[in-house]
Design a protein around this ligand. Structure first.
Ligand code: KIV
Length: 274
């Protein structure tokens, strides 16, 4: 029942320094998206370290063709719902399209996600002009997860949801951007749809943990959209995902299988990478 969603935590709370420690020890970080209290509680019970309220909710919950229509109000609503279901996992919330267009707007949006939503970290896509925004957030002690590679909020500029960093020039730019977001003060970096060899190189050259989605097994952790890994997202499953519910009896078992597979390095396999 929803009323029982926030049960007593069975493990100590995951903090930002804890994630840094996991990288230095070589312990894999397991992340998964959630958009409501019930799924959040299942993630927590299964041992997920980081729960991300992604703006992917615009596609998988709201049914839009992209993440662009998602508002800060939507994100605050879903982040607060997820917070009610979590015990120990670190709660990260996406800054949606245009909600971090300058430092002042980003501070306002992040303040809402943290104070009203209960997030412990905010995630934002891009580098370049975004570096100033990351710096402003970090200066205000707001933990930041950067997001590079395929950045879905740039879908129209990118011309589709495509693997990034495939040419030598693009790969060098991605590496430079990764180093720049660290320099600006990011605590975590999501790498989406980049060649596995490039993600491995980036992870080896930066001090903060990398969380991959379609970025190969050598990232410091993995993230998936929960409906993709339960096999319920309509349409074709993305190559980088896997249906962990197939052959299992419950959602929590499926999430536990994902947690085990990430921790052991069994997921992602070569067939899920580029
Ligand atoms: O919005 C989202 O769910 C994300 C993950 C795919 C990393 O950004």
């Amino acid at each position: 029942m929803y009323a029982n969603a926030r049960s007593a935590p069975t493990r100590s709370a995951i903090s930002v320094p804890h994630l840094h420690e996991m990288k230095s020890k070589g312990d894999k970080i397991v992340a998964l998206t959630a958009y409501d209290a019930s799924f959040a509680a299942q993630c927590d019970a299964a041992g997920v370290d980081v729960v991300l309220v992604g703006d992917s909710l615009g596609m998988v919950v709201q049914g839009h063709a992209s993440t662009l229509p998602v508002s800060v109000d939507d994100m605050v609503y879903h982040t607060a719902a997820v917070a009610h279901g979590l015990g120990s996992a670190l709660l990260v919330a996406d800054l949606p399209f245009m909600s971090f267009r300058d430092a002042a707007t980003a501070l306002h949006s992040s303040g809402r996600l943290m104070a009203e939503g209960g997030a412990a970290m905010v995630k934002l896509e891009g580098a370049d002009w975004v570096l100033d925004v990351i710096q402003a957030l970090a200066r205000h002690d707001i933990p930041v997860c950067a997001h590079l590679g395929l950045t879905p909020q740039s879908v129209h500029k990118l011309g589709g949801y495509r693997v990034q960093g495939k040419t030598k020039v693009a790969a060098e730019q991605l590496l430079a951007d990764a180093k720049a977001v660290v320099q600006a003060g990011a605590d975590l970096l999501v790498l989406e749809c980049v060649p596995a060899a490039l993600a491995k190189r980036i992870g080896a050259e930066i001090s903060i943990p990398t969380i991959g989605i379609g970025a190969g097994v050598d990232c410091d952790g993995q993230v998936l959209v929960i409906y993709d890994m339960l096999g319920i997202t309509p349409g074709k499953r993305p190559r980088f995902s896997k249906d962990f519910l197939a052959g299992r009896g419950s959602v929590v078992e499926a999430i536990r299988a994902y947690v085990d597979a990430v921790r052991s390095g069994a997921f992602p396999a070569a067939e899920h990478a580029f």
